[in-house]
Design a protein around this ligand. Structure first.
Ligand code: EZ4
Ligand code: CO
Length: 404
């Protein structure tokens, strides 16, 4: 079945999403997420200018060959722009294969290895009291796992606080630069154990608690943080140091038994092969849409499975509902699923995307519609044009640039 059209749709129903639409000669349509937060138009151009023309006339069912063609054939390999673009093509082709075969994608991937996908929600607060209220809110909705973040006293802003900002983007006025945050490691390391202790105290020993450091510590500081959190038995601490420095995790590992997760900024197995084969982490957080699609992420998770590392895919609101559905399908099918982040999306996203995934008792299911179970309404998308958006940047109190 030949591909007859490949189109890129950029829309902003609450936040920017880049979506690839692949159409076959039989009129089947497959969707792929190509959103790269804050750098959206680079991927849109990579697809429109360099990839879409190559897809016309190709057999839509030769998914592996097309993946290899786009990866090897570009000569220039890896990187978030390239791998997000390839992911969009890959996911759209899996969607089409499901629609051709009449099966949901998870069944094409080997079928359900579990009844549903355990997700974690994002609780936060500008004070510990507010955080406790938000954790109760997630618990009452049936969530089995909850990420906890609260504003660090003394800092004007803290990552993860501020409601459902779905990726914490900032819409600049004309010519305005990204918003700047200030970071203080000492204030943070003092505060986090108190925050987690308060949550444990209130909610008891069994709720799974997670926390995202967002790349801000040195390896030895991350070791200190992990050690200070050991009494509260975290499910994980995430991104405790800048992710690209794989051997840094040896230092963290030597100093703490708190489980470690990393990988939302990775785009290839070569970003995490040392982390996995040396068993330096417990959870690998690579996502379908930033890591070359279902085809490549399946390889990453297969390697992780050999070394006892489990999945914990990124699922922030800046990954579109197409991306989130594709994650759920893969989560259902792999043996070493760990957990799935679920942040949800900002209104009015449902005007543009219709989804088949559901949540019950803390577990999500991708649904049994053929393919991914997600459709995009192009007329609705056109009502929400692209808005320039940036992620914030971070500085130390002396003005030095830091990791946000
Ligand atoms: O800051 O997806 O775990 N989730 C996260 C996210 C990231 C955004 C960046 O685009 O770290 O909130
Ligand atoms: Co994160």
């Amino acid at each position: 079945m030949k591909i007859t059209a490949a189109d890129v749709i950029v829309t902003c129903p609450g936040r920017n999403y880049v979506t690839l639409k692949i159409t076959t000669e039989d009129g089947l349509v497959g969707w792929g997420d190509a959103t790269l937060n804050g750098r959206e138009l680079a991927v849109a151009s990579y697809l429109r200018d360099h990839v879409c023309p190559l897809l016309i006339g190709r057999n839509a069912t030769r998914i592996t060959d097309t993946w290899q063609y786009l990866y090897r054939g570009a000569y220039w390999r890896r990187g978030p722009v390239t791998m997000t673009a390839i992911a969009a093509v890959d996911v759209a082709l899996w969607d089409i294969l499901g629609k051709i075969s009449g099966l949901p994608v998870y069944r094409l991937l080997g079928g359900a290895a579990r009844e549903g996908v355990t997700v974690y929600g994002h609780a936060n607060g500008s004070t510990i009291e507010e955080l406790l209220t938000d954790v109760a809110h997630y618990r009452d909705q049936g969530y089995r796992a909850i990420r906890v973040q609260a504003a660090v006293p003394g800092l004007d802003s803290t990552y993860g606080i501020g409601g459902k900002s779905a990726g914490h983007t900032y819409e600049p006025a004309d010519g305005e630069q990204p918003t700047e945050n200030v970071w203080d490691t000492a204030a943070y390391l003092d505060f986090v154990p108190k925050m987690v202790a308060a949550v444990r105290d209130e909610f008891g020993p069994t709720v799974r608690l997670l926390h995202d450091v967002h790349h801000r510590l040195s390896p030895i500081e991350a070791g200190q943080l992990g050690k200070s959190l050991e009494p509260y038995r975290m499910f994980w601490i995430e991104d405790s140091t800048p992710a690209e420095d794989q051997s840094a995790f040896r230092t963290i590992r030597q100093h703490t038994t708190t489980p470690l997760a990393v990988g939302e900024v990775f785009n290839s197995v070569y970003d995490c092969n040392q982390l996995i084969t040396e068993r330096l982490i417990d959870y690998i957080r690579t996502s379908v849409s930033h890591t070359g699609g279902i085809t490549h992420l399946r390889d990453v998770f297969a390697l992780a499975n050999v070394y006892g590392v489990r999945s914990g895919s990124h699922g922030a609101g800046d990954l579109s509902p197409v991306s989130f559905a594709s994650a759920l399908h893969l989560d259902m099918a792999i043996p070493n699923f760990g957990i799935q982040e679920y942040m949800g999306h900002l209104d009015p996203w449902r005007e543009v995307f219709s989804v088949g995934y559901t949540m019950h008792d803390g577990l999500m299911h991708p649904g049994d519609a053929p393919g991914l179970g997600v459709e995009l309404d192009e007329q609705a998308a056109a009502r929400y044009p692209y808005q320039p958006q940036y992620l914030p940047v971070n500085r130390l109190t002396d003005g030095s640039m830091w990791d946000w």
